[in-house]
Ligand binder design. Sequence first.
Ligand SMILES: NC(=O)c1ccc[n+]([C@@H]2O[C@H](COP(=O)([O-])OP(=O)(O)OC[C@H]3O[C@@H](n4cnc5c(N)ncnc54)[C@H](O)[C@@H]3O)[C@@H](O)[C@H]2O)c1
Length: 349
Amino acid sequence: MLQAPSQKALIPFVSVENMMRLVHHIGVETLLEELAGVVEGDFRRWELFDKTPRVASHSREGVIELMPTSDGEIYSFKYVNGHPRNMSHGLQTVTAFGLLAEVSTGYPVLLTEMTLLTALRTAATSAMAARHLARKGARTMALIGNGAQAEFQALAMKAVLGIENVRLYDIDPAATEKTIRNLSDSGLSVTACRSSQVAIEGAEIITTCTADKQFATILTDNMIGAGVHINAIGGDCPGKTELHRDILLRADTFVEYPPQTRIEGEIQQMAPDYPVTELWQVVAGLAPGRRDDNQITLFDSVGFAIEDFSALRYVREKLRGTGFYQEIDIIADPDDPRDLFGMLQRAQG
Ligand SMILES: NC(=O)c1ccc[n+]([C@@H]2O[C@H](COP(=O)([O-])OP(=O)(O)OC[C@H]3O[C@@H](n4cnc5c(N)ncnc54)[C@H](O)[C@@H]3O)[C@@H](O)[C@H]2O)c1
């Protein structure tokens, strides 16, 4: 007869449905603001973490990646894909799930969906970076690429920086219409624009989040005026960029983890000695962020494992006292740790 597994081996699992409930329970903007704070806290203790460029398996269609890290007490990894052509088959460009484990035992303590959580952590990280790099008092952002990440990006900039106006452009007007619909009750003033050139008019922050596996030119040098902060999140794997390289010659560029960004980010177009500042150093007060109102700052975001670690840690904390998870049986629990075969017999007959 099948016996119930012992309680100690069960771990919380957050399904997509429960993640949706948890996000609404907390409130999207509250969550984005709190998560930006948690990511910032982990950037401040950056040096403690095990860091490695993600392990990527590239194909013609896209990429599948594993993103591990640890702070010595907790270990995390995320499985994530990036497939720009998926959308034409009714599938998402990015999907993900991830796990937290205790370093002391190696036992997992949380398994969760991370497609929503990736959009939330990417937006929280963008806003945290903009808090250090954008001009103070910025109220208008342009959002080029109005796909799955778009609303999260806009709401994080509102929650963390007080952005009031969002100017949208996508090559597919249906994507822009979807984003306008989804942001209609957000309190943001949202404008659809007929080109990226028009979208960036008056914007103090420009976020590019397009998906196309090529060296694209979403922004050209002549479009970028003094004082702008560019948050480039779409170019995040080899052979995939969004900015003309001349912009990078005028901008001060901030990155997550240089060994990963030099392969995957906008700076893959530049010489290996192209100067960058690691964002964690700005957060920790070891390097300047924005120096003056005329400087062009660029956050060349590719997404780094520590941001996922922060998001997983945040979710684990927020789950306490809620019912927004199921307990699942994925760790064997023999009565005698050496008697794994004996445990197998529990399910006999
Ligand atoms: N840096 C990070 O941490 C991070 C995290 C998540 C996703 N991403 C990347 O961000 C990108 C966007 O992700 P998504 O989930 O929103 O993808 P998506 O496929 O849902 O949306 C992409 C949108 O870009 C539009 N687009 C494509 N080319 C364009 C162009 N030339 N001009 C204007 N719009 C254009 C498409 O029409 C689509 O609406 C992907 O490349 C993804 O890999 C980065």
